[in-house]
Design a protein around this ligand. Structure first.
Ligand code: SAH
Length: 466
């Protein structure tokens, strides 16, 4: 999968400063689902072209996904267009590899980052579901001139007709950040295939990336629906917020929700009790190298760091924002070197198989599973219990039976608006037993917080050993 961007302002080599990528050096980044390579096939004062070549590992993708292993897999799950066609994977790569350019920042050339520049983007194979018509309806309102050539299914069999893939060139005077953002949102919309990453977080991303152009785009509704993969409830939520008059910043909302939950739980110091309980389990397990999966702002990481026992501590989260906050909370920048070597923050998703998570003694998922859509839990289960496979896994989640004891929580409401579910003790135990059977672990169940005779403790914890 190949994207090139050509600058023709002068000196065109300044493109390197805008992208924070040196034109004289090729660079590769591991993205979990494959590798992104950045290099410059053309560098001179008049024209400078950067190439982003993305190699997607289709086998790794399948293995990381939910569903039966081995014989039950269909051939097309292994043999598909994902390695070649521009798709949501390209968006992930753009956001990772060109993060600061996409944010519109440049240390060396801030004025250039803010300027409209003559730019040209070329996508070698863009699947366009909706044809050239839709391609034009998406990009032309944003000021792009467009050349598109549709590829036949097979050049040696013209009678088979055309493929959905287009070779596309877009030209415009735009800020580089705008060009990258438009590609980030619109490539998956045209592809309209499965994303492996639609969740509430995506609504936030779409609103953030769409700021300033999406609300007035004539195809706004189609973009939102397709970007959120026809999940009508998410699409509706996004559209409501796009049309809301006083729209709070996406991240502010997320924080508000977390604060609501904290407020509910703080009266009983539940957060601290949870960390203490998880810490005790990890110590008991004898683990020295531990993972905090969905580490959020790093409360558990801070507690782990205080214990010399833990030599290697890795926090992973899908949210960059949370990782930044964790880094601030832990004062990573100012940490003495010996301490600093013990802890690492990585950006990643529990939805993908991730080799960086293999070989650890223990993993904690503290208040994370209830943020995952039930059908997507299966992917997490395999990635944690089958692939990463630490000896001990500690999982905590709310005990929904306890909710009646929270003042100010209306009956039937979940503790946090981003929770996809909250389980009773029986539901949690059934889930954990099933994992035990499927992956060869033995779960133990422990209450966290003061246990109520009728409804149990506010938090429930399972400690899986094997
Ligand atoms: N463990 C932390 C945070 C809990 S909130 C604590 O106890 O304070 C849930 C966290 O899971 C959030 O930080 C969220 O960004 C993260 N998360 C949600 N989906 C994820 C995914 N697919 N992969 C990794 N992290 C995810």
């Amino acid at each position: 999968m190949l994207l090139t961007i050509t600058a023709s302002f002068s000196p065109a080599t300044d493109l390197g400063y805008l992208l924070h990528k040196n034109p004289s050096r090729a660079q590769s980044t591991d993205l979990g689902f494959g590798k992104a390579h950045v290099f410059y096939p053309e560098v001179n004062a008049e024209r400078c072209t950067v190439a982003l070549l993305l190699e997607v590992d289709p086998i790794g993708l399948v293995r990381g996904r939910n569903g039966p292993a081995g014989a039950d897999r269909k051939l097309e799950e292994y043999v598909n267009d994902r390695p070649y066609a521009a798709s949501s994977f390209l968006s992930v790569a753009i956001a990772r590899v060109f993060a600061s350019a996409m944010a519109g920042t440049s240390k060396e050339r801030p004025e250039l980052a803010a300027q409209e520049l003559p730019l040209e983007a070329h996508l070698a194979a863009l699947p366009c579901h909706g044809g050239e018509g839709l391609l034009r309806r998406l990009f032309e309102p944003l000021g792009y001139r467009l050349d598109a050539t549709q590829a036949p299914l097979d050049r040696s069999h013209p009678e088979w007709g055309m493929s959905p893939y287009f070779s596309v060139t877009l030209r415009a005077n735009r800020r580089l950040a705008d060009l990258l953002t438009h590609l980030y949102v619109l490539v998956p919309v045209l592809d309209d295939d499965k994303h492996y990453w639609v969740g509430d977080d995506e609504v936030e991303k779409l609103l953030r990336r769409g700021a300033g152009w999406l609300d007035s785009h004539p195809e706004r509704d189609l973009i939102v629906r397709r970007y959120l993969r026809h999940q009508t409830s998410l699409a509706r939520a996004a559209l409501e917020r796009l049309t809301a008059e006083e729209e709070p910043e996406a991240d502010t909302l997320e924080t508000e929700h977390a604060v609501e939950e904290q407020r509910l739980e703080s009266r009983i110091r539940l957060g601290e009790q949870r960390i203490d309980a998880v810490l005790a389990m990890l110590k008991q397990s004898g683990a020295q190298r531990v993972l905090d999966l969905g580490c959020g702002e790093g409360h558990l990481l801070a507690a782990l760091l205080k214990e010399k026992l833990f030599h290697e501590i890795v926090g992973m989260d899908i949210s960059h924002r949370s990782l930044e906050r964790a880094s601030d909370r832990l004062r990573l920048e100012r940490m003495p070197e010996r301490q600093r070597e013990r802890v690492r923050l990585i950006h990643g998703s529990l939805m993908y198989r991730d080799r960086r998570l293999e070989g650890y003694d223990a993993a904690a998922l503290v208040e994370v599973i209830e943020h995952l859509d039930p059908p997507r839990l299966r992917a997490m289960e395999r990635n944690v219990f089958e692939f990463a496979r630490p000896r001990t896994v500690v999982v905590t989640t709310p005990n929904s039976e306890y909710n009646v004891r929270f003042e100010g929580l209306p009956a039937g409401r979940l503790r946090h608006r981003d929770h996809r579910f909250e389980w009773t003790r029986a539901e949690f135990e059934r889930w954990a037993q099933d994992i035990g059977e499927r992956f060869g672990y033995e779960p133990r169940f422990l209450p966290v917080g003061n246990e109520d005779a009728a409804v149990g403790a506010p938090t429930q914890m399972a400690v899986f050993g094997r």
